[in-house]
Write a new protein. Structure first.
Length: 290
């Protein structure tokens, strides 16, 4: 398993590489959600500098018809750069990809949808090589998917997973209704005493898990199941801590270090979230009916 980092900026990627990162997921400016967005020129410079790393570009937002022409131009530009792949949300990206037969690979990155091997196999048969597993499924479900697909998979290991996204600017509209102006900062909301983080920008509103989740206890099993990539997402995590987490995670993957596992638990606690808890949907009884 390789460690890929989602950085908060691109000022000093060397620190992540030095600590053990073997790749990055970078957001394309104006076309990514929950990623630090960068330009085509910046992507060129990064790929040129880190030739031996796996660089993936995230285009994980809903695309409107008026954006399709410019998106196609961006995808064509990316084909001149030796990136590992493009991770997509909108099926328009897949359509454009098939039209041009680009040299880079595609990855299915529909945040909450990558949950079963049948759909993974459908996309794989349609030319999609990678899949970013949903963070709402268990470790056992991730392993089951890997056993039944040839798709190369990413598993979210450490970070604040995104819980929901809306194209509407919910915070901006809320503050406007109060005759105030949203300052663009990260806010907290609470539901049943649980904290969630919320922010909005021109691409809409993102809501995140308030606590950092950790799949460190299950990293050995995920690695042994041959899941190809483990994601450490830097959102709302201080840079020095990200570097430390990357180094310790690398130690676990390489040496099965229990000391490193315990150190990570001390740094970020041990919120295993859905790794060991199935999501169970229940239909609420209609109390109006007899």
């Amino acid at each position: 398993m390789k460690i890929v980092v989602v950085p908060n900026d691109i000022k000093d990627l060397d620190k992540y590489v030095s600590s053990g990162a073997e790749g990055f997921i970078l957001g394309l400016k104006d076309y990514s959600v929950n990623y630090f967005g960068i330009t085509i020129e910046e992507i060129k410079n990064i790929v040129e500098k880190y030739k031996d790393l796996d660089i993936f570009i995230s285009i994980n937002k809903t695309i409107f018809n008026k954006e399709l022409k410019e998106l196609e131009e961006k995808l064509i530009e990316l084909d001149s750069i030796p990136i590992k792949g493009v991770l997509f949300y909108d099926l328009g990206v897949l359509s454009i990809y098939k039209k041009h037969n680009f040299s880079y690979s595609l990855g299915w990155h529909q945040t909450h949808m990558v949950t079963n091997y049948n759909t993974c196999n459908f996309y794989y048969d349609n030319g999609v090589e990678y899949g970013v597993l949903a963070s709402e499924i268990t470790k056992d479900e991730m392993i089951e998917i890997k056993r039944n697909t040839n798709m190369k998979l990413f598993s979210f290991i450490i970070g604040h997973p995104i819980m929901a996204h809306s194209k509407r600017r919910l915070l901006t509209n809320y503050y406007r209704s109060q005759n105030k102006e949203y300052d663009g900062s990260l806010k907290s909301i609470y539901e049943r005493d649980k904290e969630y983080l919320i922010s909005d920008n021109s691409d809409g509103t993102c809501i995140y898990e308030g606590d950092i989740i950790s799949g460190i206890d299950y990293l050995g099993e995920l690695k042994d199941s041959l899941i190809e990539y483990g994601i450490i997402h830097g959102f709302n995590i201080e840079d020095n801590l990200i570097v430390k987490l990357v180094s310790l995670t690398k130690e676990i993957i390489t040496n099965n270090s229990n000391t490193a596992i315990n150190e990570i638990k001390l740094l970020i606690c041990n919120n295993t979230s859905f790794f060991d808890k199935k999501t169970i949907f229940k239909v609420k009884k209609d109390e109006k009916k007899n």
